[in-house]
Design a protein around this ligand. Structure first.
Ligand SMILES: NC(=O)c1ccc[n+]([C@@H]2O[C@H](COP(=O)([O-])OP(=O)(O)OC[C@H]3O[C@@H](n4cnc5c(N)ncnc54)[C@H](OP(=O)(O)O)[C@@H]3O)[C@@H](O)[C@H]2O)c1
Length: 289
C-alpha cells in the first residue's frame, strides 16, 4: 500500500493517475478527511497501517501564482517548511520510507561555469541568500529540515507542464499571459516527473536529493517558437523589455529562473525526454481546456 499526501492537488493528481495506471494499491489522504499535519496522529496511523512507501505531494504553492505566498506566509511556512519535518518524524518513527516533492526554485541562474546546478550545489535563492520569494525561501527551509534524514527521497520539480491545458501548466501560462518574461529554465514534464520519481522507489535507487527535470533547458522565446510552429497559438506574443519591467508591472516577488543538471537521475538509470523534444511532443498532442 502506498500513501499519498496532497493527492488532490495539481501534482498529486498526476501521482494518482500513475498509481492507477500501474495498478498499485494506494490511499490518497486529504487533510479534510485526516489531519496529516498532526504529527502524533500521522505517526499513529503509519505505525498501525505500515504503508510500504509514502509520497508527499502536499505543500503550499499560492494561487494563481507565488505572489499569493507573500500574503499567506503562515500557510506557506506550515505547508512547505514545517510539514516535511512532521512527515519525516512520523515516517522515521514508523519505519516508513518516503519521497518529498521539493522544487528547483531554490536556485537562480546557473553555475559560474554556465552549467546547471547539481544536487551538491548550495541553493542560492533562499532566505539565507536574502534574495528570494517567500515561497522559494520556505521550499529551501523544507530541504534543510530533511537534510541528513535517511530513507527519504527529495525530488526537485521545476515548472511543470504537459499536454493538458490547465492554468497550472507552464505552456498554458505562456499561451494566456499578456506579456512574457524572457528567461532560461530547466522544466519538468509532469507525467514524466511522477513516473521518474516513483521509479526511484521501484528501483530502490539510493535515497537523497534528485533534480527531476527534463535534460537541458529552454528559453521563453524557444517555447513560444514551438507554440507557433505547432499551431497551438499564433497570437502576437509580447515580452517585457527586462526583469525590471516585469517586476514593476506584473510581479510582487522575484521569480526563480534557473538551469538544473539532471545527470544524477540519469546515472541511476532513470531517463527523461530531452526538454525541447518533450515540449514539442506535448504541444503536438495539445488538449485544449
Ligand atoms: N505546481 C508547481 O508549479 C510546482 C513546482 C515545483 C514544486 N511544486 C511542489 O509540488 C507540491 C504540490 O504542488 P501543487 O502544485 O500540486 O499544489 P496544489 O495543487 O495546491 O496541491 C497541494 C496540496 O497540498 C495539500 N496541502 C497540505 N498543506 C497545505 C497547506 N498548508 N496549504 C495548501 N495546501 C496544503 C492540499 O491537499 P489536501 O488539503 O487535499 O490534503 C493541496 O491539495 C508542493 O510542495 C509544491 O511546492 C509545485
Amino acid at each position: 500500500m502506498i500513501y499519498l499526501l496532497g493527492g488532490s492537488g495539481y501534482v498529486g493528481t498526476a501521482y494518482q493517475a500513475l498509481l492507477q495506471r500501474l495498478g498499485l494499491a494506494f490511499r490518497n489522504i486529504r487533510r479534510a478527511d485526516f489531519d496529516y499535519t498532526d504529527r502524533a496522529a500521522l505517526t499513529e496511523l503509519l505505525r498501525r497501517e505500515k504503508p510500504a512507501f509514502l509520497i508527499n505531494a502536499a505543500g503550499y504553492t499560492g494561487k494563481p501564482n507565488v505572489d499569493a505566498c507573500e500574503l499567506h506566509k503562515a500557510d506557506c511556512l506550515m505547508g512547505n517548511a514545517v510539514l516535511p519535518g512532521t512527515i519525516a518524524a512520523a515516517c522515521a518513527d514508523a519505519g516508513v520510507p518516503w519521497g518529498h516533492v521539493s522544487s528547483g526554485c531554490i536556485f537562480t541562474g546557473s553555475r559560474p561555469d554556465g552549467q546547471g546546478f547539481t544536487e551538491t550545489d548550495t541553493p542560492n535563492f533562499t532566505f539565507r541568500t536574502n534574495n528570494c520569494s517567500f515561497y522559494s525561501g520556505t521550499k529551501a527551509l523544507g530541504e534543510e529540515v530533511l537534510a541528513g534524514h535517511p530513507n527519504v527521497y527529495v525530488w526537485r520539480l521545476r515548472i511543470p507542464f504537459n499536454e493538458v491545458d490547465n492554468p497550472r501548466n507552464y505552456l498554458t501560462k505562456l499561451i494566456r499571459y499578456n506579456t512574457l518574461l524572457e528567461a532560461a529554465n530547466s522544466i519538468s514534464q509532469l507525467d514524466e516527473f511522477v513516473a521518474a520519481t516513483f521509479a526511484c522507489w521501484e528501483k530502490r535507487v539510493p535515497f537523497g536529493t534528485y533534480n527531476v527535470t527534463n535534460p537541458g533547458h529552454v528559453t521563453t522565446h524557444e517555447v513560444v517558437a514551438l507554440i507557433k510552429q505547432t499551431g497551438v497559438s499564433n497570437k502576437d506574443f509580447r515580452f517585457f523589455a527586462d526583469e525590471d519591467e516585469f517586476m514593476r508591472n506584473a510581479a510582487k516577488t522575484p521569480r526563480s529562473n534557473c538551469v538544473m543538471n539532471s545527470a544524477k537521475l540519469a546515472a541511476v538509470g532513470i531517463t527523461m525526454t530531452e526538454v525541447h523534444e518533450a515540449v514539442e511532443r506535448d504541444l503536438r498532442r495539445w488538449q485544449k481546456g
